[in-house]
Design a protein around this ligand. Structure first.
Ligand SMILES: [Zn+2]
Length: 146
C-alpha cells in the first residue's frame, strides 16, 4: 500500500486538486495509520488559534463599520446608552450572535474584505474583541429602540 502522509498537509490546507483530494480521502478510509496522522495534523493546524481570533475580530470590525456608518452621531449614541444594557446577558447575547453569524457563513463573506486591515499586533485579543462586540451590539440595540 502506498501511504499518503506527505500529502496530508496540502490536503488539510486544500491546496490539492479534486482528483488528488479524492485519492487521499479514499486512502484515509482504508488506512488507519494515515488517518491517525491526519488527525494529528488537524490538531496542529487548529492549535495556534490565531486564525479563528483574527477571523472573528475582522468580522466584528466589519459589522461595526456597517452599523456605525448610517448615523453620524455614533459616538454620542454610544455614551448615552445606559449601563443597564451592559449586563452579563448582553455579553451572552454577543456570544450567541457571534456563533450564529459564524454558522450562517457570513464570516466567509467578509473575510476577504477585511483580512488586510488589522492583522497587526493588538494588546489583548479578548478585550479588544469584547469591546468591539459590545459597541457593535450597542449600536444594534440603539437602532432597534428608535
Ligand atoms: Zn496510509
Amino acid at each position: 500500500m502506498i501511504h499518503i502522509e506527505e500529502e496530508l498537509w496540502p490536503y488539510i490546507e486544500e491546496t490539492v486538486d479534486d482528483q488528488k483530494q479524492q485519492q487521499i480521502e479514499a486512502h484515509l478510509e482504508t488506512c488507519a495509520q494515515c488517518f491517525d496522522r491526519y488527525l494529528a495534523l488537524l490538531d496542529q493546524w487548529e492549535a495556534p488559534g490565531h486564525l479563528a481570533d483574527s477571523f472573528t475580530e475582522a468580522t466584528i470590525d466589519k459589522l461595526n463599520v456597517q452599523q456605525v456608518l448610517p448615523q453620524k452621531d455614533g459616538q454620542k449614541t454610544s455614551s448615552s446608552i445606559s449601563r443597564e444594557v451592559k449586563t452579563i446577558s448582553h455579553y451572552l447575547l454577543a456570544a450567541g450572535l457571534t456563533i450564529l453569524l459564524m454558522a450562517s457563513g457570513i464570516f466567509q463573506g467578509v473575510l476577504h474584505v477585511t483580512d488586510k486591515t488589522n492583522i497587526h499586533s493588538r494588546p489583548s485579543m479578548a478585550d479588544s474583541l469584547m469591546q468591539k462586540t459590545d459597541s457593535w451590539l450597542t449600536q444594534l440595540i440603539k437602532g432597534e429602540d428608535q
